[in-house]
Design a protein around this ligand. Sequence first.
Ligand code: SAM
Length: 221
Amino acid sequence: MRRRDFLTVAVGNMGLLSMGGFAIAQKEKTLEKREKEIEPLLQELEATRRQFQNVPRTDGQFLNILVKISRSKHILEVGTSNGYSAIWLCLALEETDGHLTTIEIDPERVRLAKQNLKRAGLEHRVTFLEGDAHKIVPNLKSQFDFVFLDADKGREHDYFAYLYPQKLRLGAIVAVHNAIRMRQAMQRYLDMISAHNEFDTVLVSTTLDDGFAVSYWRRRK
Ligand SMILES: C[S@@+](CC[C@H](N)C(=O)[O-])C[C@H]1O[C@@H](n2cnc3c(N)ncnc32)[C@H](O)[C@@H]1O
């Protein structure tokens, strides 16, 4: 290769690299802008948190970061309520370019959740399923890499049985909310998952009074 040709290739690659860097920086800027834009909506929803049984803000942030760290793209949420935690999940999916399927039994809450995700500009990231999750989950055809269980407490064992192993991707994360405050109701699930030889499980709290059981499906050798 003549010197001039080599320089052309090198400069060409540098151009490509810096274009790639520019694209990533643009995406981060867009995400940051989106998060700032929906801040008033988040605060509005936080004012009615108890009525709609939403996760505390720091738990929403924890879910968001967990999805981003695990690069999850296929999320199942059981227990949508008015869509507060779904907003945090979908914000993360903007970065990983994924999709959320979320299930809620109360039609009025589904209506509100659709409205809130639309207001957040995130409706393209989510599919809402209305009805009893015990009837819906066993019939889902997709496989998920992230599952957030936050519905009828004490039934986590059943949800896990519907999902594992066929509807989970290897390396999946299963996060169960209220695993500290409602530990007794969930004892059967917590005992099973912590003794499971394919899952690593930890209890995580962002608020000190409650938290998640987070389980990771280890990749088998
Ligand atoms: C704790 S709230 C969910 C809060 C939501 N994840 C958030 O943080 O914004 C639990 C929701 O699960 C719903 N739910 C309870 N049992 C259900 C079932 N069997 N199928 C579907 N949804 C159910 C309730 O109607 C309620 O809205």
